[in-house]
Write a protein that binds this ligand. Structure first.
Ligand code: ADP
Ligand code: MG
Length: 263
Protein backbone atom coordinates (compact mmCIF):
# COMPACT_ATOMS: atom_id res chain seq x y z
CA UNK A 1 0.00 0.00 0.00
CA UNK A 2 1.39 3.43 -0.94
CA UNK A 3 1.66 5.92 1.83
CA UNK A 4 -0.93 8.14 0.08
CA UNK A 5 -3.56 5.42 0.03
CA UNK A 6 -2.62 4.38 3.57
CA UNK A 7 -3.15 7.90 4.85
CA UNK A 8 -6.35 8.37 2.85
CA UNK A 9 -7.68 5.05 4.18
CA UNK A 10 -7.18 6.23 7.76
CA UNK A 11 -8.53 9.69 6.99
CA UNK A 12 -11.67 8.28 5.38
CA UNK A 13 -12.23 5.91 8.28
CA UNK A 14 -12.11 8.95 10.55
CA UNK A 15 -14.40 10.94 8.23
CA UNK A 16 -16.90 8.08 8.22
CA UNK A 17 -16.53 7.59 12.01
CA UNK A 18 -15.44 3.97 11.58
CA UNK A 19 -13.53 4.19 14.84
CA UNK A 20 -13.22 0.50 15.65
CA UNK A 21 -12.18 -0.31 12.12
CA UNK A 22 -9.54 2.38 12.21
CA UNK A 23 -8.21 1.14 15.53
CA UNK A 24 -7.80 -2.46 14.37
CA UNK A 25 -7.06 -2.14 10.66
CA UNK A 26 -3.23 -1.97 10.82
CA UNK A 27 -2.80 -5.01 13.02
CA UNK A 28 -5.50 -6.92 11.22
CA UNK A 29 -4.01 -6.29 7.76
CA UNK A 30 -0.67 -7.62 9.01
CA UNK A 31 -2.30 -10.72 10.45
CA UNK A 32 -4.41 -11.19 7.33
CA UNK A 33 -1.30 -11.04 5.12
CA UNK A 34 0.48 -13.66 7.23
CA UNK A 35 -2.59 -15.92 7.10
CA UNK A 36 -3.30 -15.32 3.39
CA UNK A 37 -6.85 -14.11 4.04
CA UNK A 38 -8.95 -13.12 1.06
CA UNK A 39 -10.11 -9.55 0.48
CA UNK A 40 -13.68 -10.58 1.26
CA UNK A 41 -12.59 -12.13 4.57
CA UNK A 42 -10.68 -8.97 5.48
CA UNK A 43 -13.59 -6.66 4.65
CA UNK A 44 -16.02 -8.98 6.42
CA UNK A 45 -13.96 -8.97 9.63
CA UNK A 46 -13.45 -5.21 9.65
CA UNK A 47 -17.12 -4.40 9.02
CA UNK A 48 -18.30 -7.03 11.49
CA UNK A 49 -16.14 -5.53 14.28
CA UNK A 50 -17.31 -2.01 13.44
CA UNK A 51 -20.96 -3.08 13.45
CA UNK A 52 -20.56 -4.99 16.73
CA UNK A 53 -19.05 -2.03 18.52
CA UNK A 54 -21.60 0.48 17.13
CA UNK A 55 -24.46 -1.86 18.02
CA UNK A 56 -23.13 -2.35 21.56
CA UNK A 57 -22.87 1.37 22.18
CA UNK A 58 -26.37 1.93 20.77
CA UNK A 59 -27.68 -0.72 23.21
CA UNK A 60 -25.82 0.96 26.08
CA UNK A 61 -27.34 4.33 25.16
CA UNK A 62 -30.88 2.94 24.86
CA UNK A 63 -30.42 1.18 28.24
CA UNK A 64 -29.15 4.38 29.86
CA UNK A 65 -32.04 6.53 28.67
CA UNK A 66 -34.69 3.85 29.26
CA UNK A 67 -35.17 4.71 32.93
CA UNK A 68 -34.97 1.00 33.81
CA UNK A 69 -34.24 1.11 37.56
CA UNK A 70 -32.55 -2.27 37.93
CA UNK A 71 -31.30 -4.78 35.40
CA UNK A 72 -33.46 -7.94 35.40
CA UNK A 73 -33.28 -10.43 32.57
CA UNK A 74 -35.74 -13.07 31.45
CA UNK A 75 -32.99 -15.66 31.79
CA UNK A 76 -32.80 -14.84 35.51
CA UNK A 77 -36.54 -15.39 35.90
CA UNK A 78 -37.42 -18.79 37.36
CA UNK A 79 -40.70 -19.56 35.66
CA UNK A 80 -41.12 -22.82 37.57
CA UNK A 81 -41.59 -20.76 40.75
CA UNK A 82 -44.94 -19.53 39.42
CA UNK A 83 -47.04 -22.53 38.26
CA UNK A 84 -49.82 -20.13 37.17
CA UNK A 85 -47.49 -18.81 34.45
CA UNK A 86 -47.69 -20.57 31.10
CA UNK A 87 -44.14 -20.82 29.70
CA UNK A 88 -45.61 -20.78 26.16
CA UNK A 89 -47.11 -17.33 26.82
CA UNK A 90 -43.82 -15.98 28.17
CA UNK A 91 -41.95 -17.46 25.19
CA UNK A 92 -44.42 -15.85 22.81
CA UNK A 93 -43.92 -12.47 24.52
CA UNK A 94 -40.19 -13.00 24.27
CA UNK A 95 -40.42 -13.06 20.47
CA UNK A 96 -41.43 -9.37 20.82
CA UNK A 97 -44.17 -9.86 18.25
CA UNK A 98 -46.32 -7.70 20.52
CA UNK A 99 -43.86 -4.82 20.03
CA UNK A 100 -43.86 -5.26 16.24
CA UNK A 101 -47.67 -5.37 16.30
CA UNK A 102 -48.08 -2.40 18.70
CA UNK A 103 -50.03 -4.49 21.22
CA UNK A 104 -50.43 -4.28 24.99
CA UNK A 105 -49.26 -6.67 27.68
CA UNK A 106 -50.83 -6.59 31.14
CA UNK A 107 -49.04 -8.30 33.99
CA UNK A 108 -51.41 -8.66 36.92
CA UNK A 109 -50.83 -10.16 40.34
CA UNK A 110 -50.01 -9.57 43.99
CA UNK A 111 -46.73 -7.95 45.12
CA UNK A 112 -43.52 -9.90 44.75
CA UNK A 113 -44.75 -12.22 42.02
CA UNK A 114 -42.32 -10.95 39.39
CA UNK A 115 -44.38 -8.41 37.42
CA UNK A 116 -41.64 -5.78 37.40
CA UNK A 117 -38.99 -8.42 36.71
CA UNK A 118 -40.89 -9.74 33.67
CA UNK A 119 -41.66 -6.23 32.39
CA UNK A 120 -38.02 -5.17 32.67
CA UNK A 121 -36.81 -8.47 31.18
CA UNK A 122 -39.00 -7.91 28.11
CA UNK A 123 -37.95 -4.26 27.93
CA UNK A 124 -34.27 -5.24 27.93
CA UNK A 125 -34.87 -7.78 25.15
CA UNK A 126 -36.59 -5.02 23.14
CA UNK A 127 -33.61 -2.70 23.71
CA UNK A 128 -31.30 -5.42 22.36
CA UNK A 129 -33.51 -5.77 19.30
CA UNK A 130 -33.18 -2.04 18.52
CA UNK A 131 -36.48 -0.67 19.87
CA UNK A 132 -36.69 2.59 21.80
CA UNK A 133 -37.92 1.77 25.30
CA UNK A 134 -38.95 3.73 28.38
CA UNK A 135 -39.80 2.44 31.84
CA UNK A 136 -41.82 4.43 34.35
CA UNK A 137 -43.99 3.79 37.35
CA UNK A 138 -47.57 5.01 36.99
CA UNK A 139 -47.08 7.56 39.77
CA UNK A 140 -43.92 9.02 38.22
CA UNK A 141 -45.66 9.15 34.84
CA UNK A 142 -48.63 11.04 36.27
CA UNK A 143 -46.31 13.35 38.16
CA UNK A 144 -44.54 14.27 34.92
CA UNK A 145 -47.84 14.72 33.06
CA UNK A 146 -49.25 16.94 35.83
CA UNK A 147 -46.13 19.11 35.93
CA UNK A 148 -46.19 19.40 32.14
CA UNK A 149 -49.84 20.47 32.27
CA UNK A 150 -49.00 23.19 34.81
CA UNK A 151 -46.42 24.51 32.32
CA UNK A 152 -48.99 24.32 29.51
CA UNK A 153 -47.01 21.51 27.87
CA UNK A 154 -49.22 18.46 28.38
CA UNK A 155 -49.58 17.73 24.65
CA UNK A 156 -45.83 17.93 24.16
CA UNK A 157 -45.21 15.57 27.09
CA UNK A 158 -47.81 13.08 25.85
CA UNK A 159 -46.13 13.16 22.43
CA UNK A 160 -42.79 12.44 24.09
CA UNK A 161 -44.24 9.41 25.91
CA UNK A 162 -46.06 8.34 22.75
CA UNK A 163 -42.90 8.01 20.69
CA UNK A 164 -41.33 5.03 22.49
CA UNK A 165 -41.83 1.77 20.63
CA UNK A 166 -42.25 0.12 24.03
CA UNK A 167 -43.38 1.91 27.18
CA UNK A 168 -43.53 0.07 30.51
CA UNK A 169 -46.02 1.56 32.98
CA UNK A 170 -45.35 -0.24 36.25
CA UNK A 171 -47.32 -0.29 39.48
CA UNK A 172 -50.76 0.83 38.35
CA UNK A 173 -53.02 0.64 41.36
CA UNK A 174 -50.63 1.22 44.24
CA UNK A 175 -51.64 4.86 44.36
CA UNK A 176 -55.09 6.13 43.35
CA UNK A 177 -54.89 8.30 40.23
CA UNK A 178 -57.34 11.14 41.00
CA UNK A 179 -59.71 12.21 38.25
CA UNK A 180 -57.31 14.66 36.62
CA UNK A 181 -54.55 12.02 36.51
CA UNK A 182 -56.81 9.37 35.03
CA UNK A 183 -57.85 11.74 32.22
CA UNK A 184 -54.21 12.31 31.32
CA UNK A 185 -53.52 8.57 31.56
CA UNK A 186 -56.42 7.94 29.17
CA UNK A 187 -55.05 10.51 26.72
CA UNK A 188 -51.66 8.81 26.72
CA UNK A 189 -53.16 5.34 26.27
CA UNK A 190 -55.30 6.66 23.38
CA UNK A 191 -52.33 8.30 21.72
CA UNK A 192 -50.32 5.06 21.84
CA UNK A 193 -53.26 2.80 20.93
CA UNK A 194 -52.56 0.67 17.82
CA UNK A 195 -49.36 2.61 17.12
CA UNK A 196 -46.85 1.45 19.72
CA UNK A 197 -46.65 -1.25 22.38
CA UNK A 198 -47.14 -0.85 26.13
CA UNK A 199 -46.60 -3.15 29.12
CA UNK A 200 -48.83 -2.39 32.10
CA UNK A 201 -48.36 -3.97 35.51
CA UNK A 202 -50.89 -3.87 38.31
CA UNK A 203 -51.69 -5.48 41.62
CA UNK A 204 -55.37 -4.84 40.91
CA UNK A 205 -57.67 -6.92 38.66
CA UNK A 206 -59.39 -5.01 35.84
CA UNK A 207 -62.62 -4.92 37.84
CA UNK A 208 -60.95 -2.58 40.34
CA UNK A 209 -59.46 -0.15 37.81
CA UNK A 210 -62.55 2.06 38.04
CA UNK A 211 -61.70 2.63 41.68
CA UNK A 212 -57.97 3.01 40.96
CA UNK A 213 -58.67 5.60 38.28
CA UNK A 214 -61.32 7.36 40.35
CA UNK A 215 -63.72 7.33 37.37
CA UNK A 216 -65.39 4.12 36.13
CA UNK A 217 -66.28 5.64 32.74
CA UNK A 218 -62.73 6.73 31.97
CA UNK A 219 -61.42 3.41 33.32
CA UNK A 220 -63.75 1.49 30.98
CA UNK A 221 -62.67 3.58 27.98
CA UNK A 222 -59.00 3.14 28.89
CA UNK A 223 -59.33 -0.63 29.36
CA UNK A 224 -61.28 -0.88 26.11
CA UNK A 225 -58.24 0.45 24.23
CA UNK A 226 -55.66 -1.47 26.28
CA UNK A 227 -57.45 -4.80 25.93
CA UNK A 228 -58.36 -4.55 22.23
CA UNK A 229 -55.02 -6.07 21.15
CA UNK A 230 -53.45 -7.48 24.28
CA UNK A 231 -52.09 -10.35 26.30
CA UNK A 232 -53.01 -10.58 29.96
CA UNK A 233 -50.71 -12.53 32.23
CA UNK A 234 -52.30 -13.13 35.63
CA UNK A 235 -49.84 -14.36 38.22
CA UNK A 236 -51.60 -16.10 41.07
CA UNK A 237 -48.72 -17.50 43.08
CA UNK A 238 -46.93 -16.34 46.16
CA UNK A 239 -44.35 -13.63 46.59
CA UNK A 240 -40.81 -14.54 45.57
CA UNK A 241 -39.52 -12.09 48.17
CA UNK A 242 -41.59 -13.74 50.87
CA UNK A 243 -40.30 -17.16 49.89
CA UNK A 244 -36.70 -15.88 50.03
CA UNK A 245 -37.33 -14.44 53.50
CA UNK A 246 -38.97 -17.67 54.58
CA UNK A 247 -35.96 -19.65 53.39
CA UNK A 248 -33.77 -17.33 55.42
CA UNK A 249 -35.96 -18.18 58.43
CA UNK A 250 -37.04 -14.57 58.85
CA UNK A 251 -40.75 -15.23 58.92
CA UNK A 252 -43.12 -17.95 59.94
CA UNK A 253 -44.69 -20.26 57.36
CA UNK A 254 -48.14 -19.30 55.99
CA UNK A 255 -47.56 -15.58 56.50
CA UNK A 256 -49.06 -13.71 53.58
CA UNK A 257 -47.86 -10.41 52.17
CA UNK A 258 -50.66 -7.90 52.09
CA UNK A 259 -51.99 -7.31 48.62
CA UNK A 260 -51.63 -3.63 47.91
CA UNK A 261 -48.43 -3.24 49.92
CA UNK A 262 -45.35 -1.71 48.40
CA UNK A 263 -43.96 -3.49 45.35
P1 ADP B 1 -43.63 -7.44 41.65
O1 ADP B 1 -43.29 -6.38 40.64
O2 ADP B 1 -44.66 -8.39 41.17
O3 ADP B 1 -43.97 -6.86 42.99
P2 ADP B 1 -40.84 -8.09 41.39
O4 ADP B 1 -40.71 -8.32 39.94
O5 ADP B 1 -40.35 -6.77 41.90
O6 ADP B 1 -42.33 -8.31 41.87
O7 ADP B 1 -40.12 -9.27 42.15
C1 ADP B 1 -39.63 -9.13 43.49
C2 ADP B 1 -38.23 -9.68 43.57
O8 ADP B 1 -38.25 -11.10 43.37
C3 ADP B 1 -37.31 -9.12 42.50
O9 ADP B 1 -36.01 -9.04 43.03
C4 ADP B 1 -37.38 -10.16 41.40
O10 ADP B 1 -36.19 -10.17 40.62
C5 ADP B 1 -37.55 -11.46 42.18
N1 ADP B 1 -38.38 -12.43 41.50
C6 ADP B 1 -39.72 -12.47 41.46
N2 ADP B 1 -40.17 -13.56 40.84
C7 ADP B 1 -39.09 -14.22 40.43
C8 ADP B 1 -38.89 -15.45 39.71
N3 ADP B 1 -39.93 -16.21 39.32
N4 ADP B 1 -37.61 -15.83 39.44
C9 ADP B 1 -36.56 -15.08 39.88
N5 ADP B 1 -36.69 -13.93 40.58
C10 ADP B 1 -37.92 -13.51 40.86
MG1 MG C 1 -43.24 -4.30 40.94
Amino acid sequence: MTSISYERLHQNMQNLKLETMEAIVDNYLELAASENKSVVEILDHLFEEEYRSKNNSAIETRLRISGIPVKKTLDEFDISFQPSLDPAVINELRTLRFVHNAESVCLLGPPGTGKTHLAIGLAIEAIHKGFSVFYTTASSLLDKLKKAEQRGQLDKMIKTFAKYKLLVIDEIGYLPMQKEGSHMFFQLVSKRYEKVATIFTSNKPYGEWGEVMGDPVIAAATLDRILHHSTTVSIKGESYRLQARRRAGACAPNTHETIGGTA
